[in-house]
Write a protein that binds this ligand. Structure first.
Ligand code: 4G4
Length: 247
């Protein structure tokens, strides 16, 4: 997956040199290329921001350096790219959106805004889609772009080892993850659920599904409402609810 990044702070993306994204970069499953609007001013001391027309607080990223940076990124893309702007006004980005974007097998350009945002004419002329990673305000689009890159990289075939596994991830199944335990089997008087030590793989899978259904019912009823439950799912969930300690 090729990603062109347009940002005033390209060094921030070094955070991706670690862990799963770092390995995907090393293995060339992921390629990042950077364009800094600062490099597209007429001289390097010229500004990339200016006061908003109509007045008001803060500054706005000027159209020309940003447009030139996006244009250069588009020229360098290996295939016609989808150009994405990260903003609080965007469509809500989630696991399903990430899967659909990765399934497009496109090159992507991610535009990260700073200050109070970018000149609207750049959005109209250069941006294909506007996405938001959640209902909160960040100081810049870089962290939002890195969140998108991290989520999407995990969905590239081969980027995640068998040991890590996408298919049992929370949100891939539409359910929250079951509780997990590792050594020792007793910690500060608390034991690991005995079923997990039983070696009965079918029973363990059923216990985990019951926990996933129960936790989703308890913690994220909004997600559970989106999901079609089978007869056996309903039975497991009912057993989970009936086994809860009485309030
Ligand atoms: C565009 C307009 C994305 C971009 C204004 C970016 C939150 C998200 C920015 C701004 C962002 C998100 C500086 C307010 C950069 N904040 N929720 N900030 N601001 O995806």
């Amino acid at each position: 997956m090729w990603l062109g990044i347009v940002s005033l702070f390209p060094d921030m993306f070094q955070a991706l040199d670690h862990g799963i994204t770092g390995r995907a970069l090393k293995d060339k499953l992921l390629t990042l290329a950077h364009w800094n609007p600062r490099q597209f001013t007429l001289d390097k001391h010229q500004t990339v921001d200016s006061s908003p027309y109509g007045g008001g607080p803060g500054m706005v990223m000027m159209a020309e350096p940003l447009h030139k940076a996006i244009h250069a990124a588009k020229q360098a893309a290996p295939t016609p790219p989808l150009t994405i702007y990260l903003s609080p006004q965007g469509k809500p980005f989630n696991q399903a959106a990430a899967a659909e974007l990765v399934a497009q097998h496109r090159a992507f350009i991610l535009v990260s805004g700073r200050y109070e945002g970018i000149d609207e004419r750049v959005i109209q002329q250069d941006i294909d889609e506007e996405w938001s990673i959640g209902d909160y305000i960040l100081s810049g689009g870089e962290l939002a772009a890195m969140v998108m890159i991290d989520v999407m990289t995990r969905l590239i075939p081969g980027a995640i080892g068998d040991a890590e596994s996408v298919s049992t991830d929370s949100h891939t199944s539409g359910l929250l993850k079951y509780p997990q335990y590792t050594r020792p089997d007793c910690f500060n008087t608390q034991n690991v659920p005995p079923i997990l030590l039983s070696g009965h793989h079918a029973h363990i899978a059923q216990w985990r599904l019951k926990q996933s259904l129960g936790r989703t019912w308890l913690k994220r009823p909004d997600i559970l409402a989106q999901k079609k439950l089978s007869e056996s799912d309903m039975t497991l969930l009912t057993e989970f609810i009936n086994a809860l300690p009485q309030k």
